[in-house]
Ligand binder design. Structure first.
Ligand SMILES: C[S@@+](CC[C@H](N)C(=O)[O-])C[C@H]1O[C@@H](n2cnc3c(N)ncnc32)[C@H](O)[C@@H]1O
Length: 297
């Protein structure tokens, strides 16, 4: 049962990469066998992105969804595999009932869910998203009592990326694969800085509200996986992780609940386009019966 998950480290895997895009709810990743994924990188939906004034603020349901997806991530990830989780805190007036805006440490709340399931924290990165938001017309900072004290809110243009590990025995890699996956010194210096300045791009992509720049998954894939590995993103969005896997010689599987993004994914990932560098890729797109407009974006 399950999809044919790609054999890692074969000659074929090194030359040609395979990418599966599954439209369906990642609370159930029934296509994937246990321990068939070498690394996960994702950015879960925001709890507030589709929220409108007057609706119930369903944070408990959000945490339940997160927990179910993370359980599946734990099941399909190999032991000692890395799970890179990009998430930010939020300002909202709907968490408490006093009608005032408070900052909710959502990132750490979600992190705790992962730790409770058995993941361990290897490292924390801060992604400084730059200041494009001003130019792109996305909502700016909360003004609070500005220009007067005392209720000034900071401008939340950065997010966490937690690097989690499923504890267990490390696999042995053949020497030539290790060599092919080597990280040049200059990249190592750059990548291991705890704060990454990578300008946000989402403001320029009209078809999806929360895209991360390809540099984010690309760095993590280079840092925590080997050539020919299979990378999973359970919240694929516009397909950025598929693109990053393609660019780094890795295979990928991505789940996205909303079939509306198929056109955008095809464009962003370059399906049906000839590549300048002659990269050879196979793409497979599957529409499951539970594909639908999701609850969170
Ligand atoms: C923050 S976006 C990810 C964006 C992605 N990193 C990119 O660069 O385009 C989260 C995505 O998760 C999808 N989503 C929400 N709930 C889901 C679920 N249960 N299963 C699969 N996808 C889901 C949303 O439709 C949304 O596209």
């Amino acid at each position: 049962m399950g999809l044919n998950v790609y054999e890692v480290n074969t000659e074929e895997a090194k030359e040609r990469t395979h990418h599966k895009i599954i439209f369906g709810d990642s609370r159930n990743m029934k296509e994937l066998q246990n321990e068939s994924i070498h690394m996960v990188v994702t950015s879960p939906p925001y709890v507030t992105s589709k929220f409108k004034k007057g609706q119930p603020f369903k944070i408990d349901e959000y945490f339940e969804m997160i927990e179910q997806v993370f359980k599946e991530v734990y099941r399909v990830l190999i032991s000692d595999g890395r799970f890179c989780l990009n998430i930010g805190d939020i300002h909202t007036k709907y968490y408490y009932d006093d009608g005032r805006f408070w900052r909710i440490p959502l990132a750490h709340m979600v992190l705790q869910k992962a730790i409770d399931l058995g993941f361990r924290l290897l490292d924390t990165y801060i992604w400084d998203k730059g200041f494009n938001r001003y130019k792109g017309g996305a909502p700016g900072p909360l003004f609070g009592s500005y220009p007067y004290p005392p209720t000034l809110y900071n401008q939340v243009y950065w997010e966490y990326i937690f690097v989690l590990v499923k504890p267990g025995k490390r696999r042995k890699m053949p020497k030539e694969i290790k060599e092919e996956s080597k990280i040049p010194y200059e990249k190592w210096v750059e990548y291991t800085r705890q704060i990454w300045g990578v300008e946000s791009e989402t403001e320029w992509i009209k078809e999806h509200p929360a895209v991360f720049p390809v540099e984010i998954p690309k760095r993590f894939i280079e840092m925590y996986s080997f050539k020919g590995d299979t990378i999973l993103d359970p919240f694929l969005g516009s397909g950025t992780t598929t693109l990053a896997a393609k660019l780094t010689g890795r295979n990928s599987v991505g789940y996205e609940i909303n079939p509306r993004y198929v056109k955008l994914i095809k464009k962003r990932v370059g399906i049906g386009q000839t590549t300048l560098d002659n990269t050879k890729c196979d793409f497979e797109i599957i529409f499951r019966e539970d594909a639908r407009e999701g609850e969170w974006l």
